[in-house]
Design a binder for this molecule. Structure first.
Ligand code: PLP
Length: 385
């Protein structure tokens, strides 16, 4: 059965051919340990890691590539930023549309060290009003952390405005770019972002096991993992230089090299073109689903720019069951259930049922929309019988 892949918000697939080629080239030619030895292969591996850092820096308008730290995924980057920064008694402002990878580290610190958390809700149209952030600031507010785009309904947060507010208040601003990196323009300077967490395996088209965190050069956070870095080996303390301070242990060289090719693809194709294509697919799917009686769409109207995710439910059919039928009978890969954001489900009123989520990447086609809609129509027909 031919697969229609509509789960790009989890991991994009397929990847550009160059990603695979670069990874194979690395394995065949220079997959030695970067930074652990002065021989040619180790130096080549180190160099290639730096190239990826430099490409990511270009994409996010980061001045010094060494302010970008590689991690296993966005979750690891979020943990490093959140747990490396917050101290006992600090207060954090976040939102009710966050992924568990933001919420759980915060709730963990609340329990462990008494961090206080304020959750800002969007209005009834899923728009975050700046005033609702402004009124939450306290004397001990040490961080504002917001996801750029919701993984559940695609709604965008006004990051530039929130960044300006954080600057005015002198509070570090962290952005979870899991659903926006590679799709929406991100400029850490213009948006006043001090911490930017991103996955490599979603909109940057790298392999799984890649991600990273940008840390503002003047922001001091503690590493949450220390150990061998291949540098200053005589010292018993973790080096202070970046990125070594935050990158202990052997890096995922093969994956990071693949990520570099993914970022090349994004830079060459253009973030605007990627977004326009994904938005046109999103718009088309929403337009078609809107016309089906018995299908409920969640989130903002189709006219509002959003990340390429469409959350919906089918009357009389559990979300997991719908996804199962789509997969097994039609070869359509979607995500179902709670999408790692129970708070988000509470916000959109789907806590007891979950939703089906279809999400697009650059390699999807209009035909994929047609295939999904036809399958949903057939499933609904069968339900009536
Ligand atoms: C908004 C958001 N934050 C964080 C994550 C976690 O990303 P990762 O799987 O790379 O850790 C995801 C993954 O879907 C996400 O959508």
């Amino acid at each position: 059965m031919e697969i229609t892949y509509l789960d790009n918000a989890a991991s994009t697939w397929p990847k550009p051919t160059a990603v695979k080629q670069k990874m194979v080239e690395c394995l065949e030619e220079y997959a030695a340990n970067p930074g652990r030895g002065g021989h040619q292969l180790a130096l080549r591996a180190s160099k290639e890691l730096f190239y990826t850092r430099a490409k990511i820096a270009k994409l996010f308008h980061v001045k010094n590539p060494n302010d970008i730290v590689f991690t296993l995924n966005a979750t690891a980057a979020l943990n490093l930023g959140i747990r490396g920064l917050l101290k006992p008694g600090d207060h954090v402002i976040t939102t009710t549309l966050e992924h568990n990878s933001v919420r759980r580290p915060l709730e963990f610190l609340k329990k462990e060290i008494g961090v206080e958390i304020s959750y800002v809700k969007p209005n009834s149209e899923y728009i975050f009003e700046l005033e609702s952030f402004r009124k939450e600031f306290r004397f001990n507010t040490a961080l504002v952390v917001v996801s750029h785009a919701s993984n559940l309904i695609g709604a965008l947060a006004p990051v530039e405005e929130i960044g300006r507010l954080c600057k005015e208040k002198g509070v570090p601003f962290m952005v979870d770019a899991s659903q926006s990196a590679g799709v929406f323009p991100i400029d850490v300077e213009k948006m006043n972002i001090q911490l930017l967490a991103f996955p490599g395996h979603k909109g940057l088209y790298g392999p799984q096991g890649t991600g990273g965190l940008y840390i503002h050069p003047e922001l001091e956070i503690s590493p949450i993992m220390v150990g061998g870095t291949g540098s200053h080996s005589e010292a018993i303390e973790q080096p202070l230089t970046r990125p070594d301070r935050y990158e202990s242990g052997t890096q995922n060289t093969v994956g990071i090299v693949g990520l570099g090719a993914g970022v090349d693809f994004v830079l060459q194709t253009g973030v605007d073109q990627i977004r326009e294509k994904e938005f046109s697919l999103t718009y088309e799917l929403m337009s078609r689903l809107e016309q089906l009686e018995g299908v409920t769409l969640y989130g903002q109207s189709k006219e509002v720019e959003r990340a390429a995710v469409v959350a919906f439910s089918i009357d009389g059919l559990d979300a997991s069951e719908a996804a199962f039928i789509l997969d097994h009978e039609y070869g359509i890969a979607v995500r179902s259930g709670y999408h790692c954001t129970p708070l988000g489900h509470e916000t959109i009123g789907t806590l007891d049922q979950g939703v089906v989520r279809a999400s697009f990447g650059y390699f999807n086609k209009m035909d994929d929309v047609k295939v999904l809609v036809k399958a949903i129509q057939e499933i609904m027909e069968k339900l009536k019988q």
